[in-house]
Design a binder for this molecule. Structure first.
Ligand code: ADP
Length: 412
């Protein structure tokens, strides 16, 4: 069973091709395209690469295309991406303007290009389905809540991968197995003892922190939209809601402009005076750029704030995990985040930390009560595994021209 996972950004398409034949789990190919202006052409180029590499003969060799979809109104979990679901995604476009539209474009083009191949999405909100209600509610009128104004949480595929992998590395196969089967069995992880407490820090272009108890998310720093929580590369992060009406009244800011500024000119870019890549910000700070230094300090402060929140919620932590572009590669930031936490049982090994880049490893000192780890994330694998399960749960039938086709079932 070959499953292609397509990761669609506003100007990029990255892909990974997995093969699950014979109960194995193999990554066959991976690649990507940057500066995409024509998605249709790029999808053709992606399929051509798979054919030229000998990974598939024709598109019909693909059992499905999987997507790490962001959010949709009234839809969660792992679902078939039919037109109804795509419309439900569209209804959330203003909440995820940088993320939902490219997925919608890509899904529609894949549908046209390969109408007989099931397209399946694992929503980024899926991992938080069992988070306690008190952690997910905003203090707003009931009618707003009914309209969807609540915390949803995102980066679900990444944090689920960290939940599974950290449990494996900590010798808790029971937790890893429950987490693997989470979307099949639901929340039955509370019976596991002793508790395994993990704080997962996904720090990249978008950043979020999740508390994980026995493989189950207890919340996420991202709230109703993927613009909230920690400051992101150019998106705002948490902001007092009253800032917007204040600026609209006092300076004539329009709603559209406010939205644009919060999505494109804020976050690390807003703070640093124009730099949205952490490498540039660090280089600027090293040269004495005060704004860049402040951007780093705000980021570090916010990361520690959320780690603290989950540390308290989980009654401590067995592991603190760093992942994604910044988490996997920026040892100096990991050091600054973990600074002066020895009373909470977090002590890094500076030499091991400095030497750990884009590779799995424990970076805490031998005596550290909390194991601090770097785990490169693998969101595409999580998507592919769920898509495979979805296909197995939804039997296929032959169409007139002999193709295998998935029955028109929904798993909402
Ligand atoms: P996203 O997938 O959310 O766009 P990434 O996880 O790729 O983001 O992370 C992007 C951030 O991580 C950028 O700020 C970049 O500076 C940093 N980063 C990514 N790769 C590296 C690397 N190899 N070395 C140092 N920093 C990196």
């Amino acid at each position: 069973m070959k499953i292609l996972v397509a990761n669609l950004g506003s100007t990029s398409l990255k892909y990974r091709l997995f093969d699950f034949a014979g109960g194995q789990e193999r990554l066959l190919a991976r690649g990507g395209f940057e500066r995409v202006t024509d998605y249709a052409q790029t999808i053709d180029a992606c399929l051509a690469e798979l054919k030229n590499g000998g990974w598939i003969q024709t598109e019909s060799d693909l059992s499905a295309v999987g997507f790490k979809t962001i959010m949709a109104q009234g839809v969660n979990g792992c679902v078939r991406l039919d037109e109804q679901t795509v419309k439900a995604m569209e209804a959330c476009n203003s909440m995820a303007p940088a993320h939902n539209p490219p997925y919608i474009t890509g899904i529609r083009l894949f549908t046209q290009r390969m109408p007989r191949t099931p397209l399946v999405g694992l929503f980024e909100t899926a991992f938080y389905q069992w988070a306690p209600e008190a952690a997910m509610r905003y203090a707003v009128p009931e009618a707003w809540y009914e309209a969807g104004v609540r915390r949803w949480g995102f980066h679900g595929a990444s944090h689920k991968f960290i939940a599974e992998r950290s449990a494996e590395l900590l010798g808790r196969e029971d937790v890893a197995e429950r987490t693997r089967r989470l979307y099949v069995d639901g929340d039955n992880t509370s019976v596991l003892q002793p508790n395994l407490r993990v704080i997962s820090c996904h720090l990249g272009g978008s950043s979020s922190i999740t508390g994980i108890l026995n493989g189950l998310a207890t919340g996420n720093s991202l709230g109703m939209s993927p613009q909230s929580g920690l400051p992101h590369n150019n998106r705002v992060g948490d902001l007092d809601a009253f800032a917007i009406p204040f600026l609209m009244r006092s300076s004539g800011l329009t709603l559209d402009e406010a939205e644009r500024l919060m999505c494109k000119e804020s976050g690390l870019k807003g703070l640093s005076g124009g730099y949205n890549d952490i490498r540039d910000i660090q280089a600027q700070a090293a040269q004495g750029n005060k704004k860049a230094r402040l951007a780093l300090e705000v980021f570090i402060h916010q990361v520690r704030h959320w780690i603290g929140a989950f540390y308290l919620e989980l009654n401590g932590a067995d592991a603190l995990v760093f992942t994604a572009g910044i988490g996997e590669n920026r040892a100096e930031l990991r050091q600054a985040i973990c600074d002066n936490l020895d009373q909470l049982g977090v002590v890094l090994d500076p030499a091991v930390n400095s030497a750990t880049k884009a590779q799995e490893g424990v970076i805490s000192a031998p005596g550290s009560r909390v194991k601090v780890m770097v785990i490169p994330t693998n969101e595409e694998l999580v998507v592919a595994r769920e898509v495979r399960r979805f296909l197995e749960a939804h039997p296929t039938q032959k169409t007139e021209d002999g193709h295998l086709r998935q029955q028109e079932l929904q798993s909402h």
